[in-house]
Design a protein around this ligand. Structure first.
Ligand SMILES: [Zn+2]
Length: 184
């Protein structure tokens, strides 16, 4: 766009002609045209750019009170993209009918489908040692597994004999779901 200056020409919407016509710039405020004179009718009026022909930033027209996108609250962090696909989608293609009943004595692996007497059908999403994360329809539970033929019947807990006391060695409380559902 050519440099706008007083005395120059600009296309503007004439308030009298009701048309976008060539105007002579009469006054400017900063880089914005303030007043123009219509070259057609000779009338002076405040500048209003032809639709689509202005170079003013569009963000100044509407403040940020009306964000076009919903759910743009400032506090929500973008990292919480956890489970996007639904539970039914996760179970799609899985052999639910032949899913074994959950038992802490069995050993499970990721992506396995199990049936839990309390929580129903679940999908193993993570295995960490003797714990498995199983996603049920209502919630994700951390259960134990592999307690069957393993030589160590008790949870692997050894007193800190040799290592210096560190904060990372506390036994994690496991939500053992062998009885009633734990508090939620
Ligand atoms: Zn005019």
């Amino acid at each position: 766009m050519a440099t706008l200056k007083v005395g120059g020409e600009v296309d503007a919407q004439c308030t009298r002609c009701k048309l976008s016509l060539a105007h002579t710039i009469l006054a400017m405020v900063g880089t914005k045209i303030a007043r123009v004179r219509c070259n057609t009718c000779g009338g002076d009026h405040a500048y209003r750019g032809a639709p689509g022909a202005t170079d003013r930033p569009s963000s100044s027209t509407t403040s940020s009170t009306r964000a076009p996108r919903a759910s743009s609250s400032s506090s929500s962090t973008p990292k919480s993209e956890k489970v996007v696909i639904s539970f039914e989608e996760q179970l799609a293609g899985k052999d639910i009918a032949n899913a074994p009943r959950y038992s802490p004595k069995d050993t499970y692996k990721v992506d396995q489908v199990i049936q839990h007497p309390t929580f129903g059908v679940g999908l193993v999403t993570a295995v960490r040692g003797d714990k498995v994360d199983i996603t049920f329809k209502a919630d994700t539970k951390t259960l134990v597994h592999g307690r069957g033929g393993a030589p160590a019947e008790k949870p692997t807990f050894s007193p800190p004999t040799s290592r210096p006391s560190g904060p990372a060695d506390k036994p994690v409380p496991v939500a053992s779901e062998t009885s009633a559902p734990a508090e939620d």
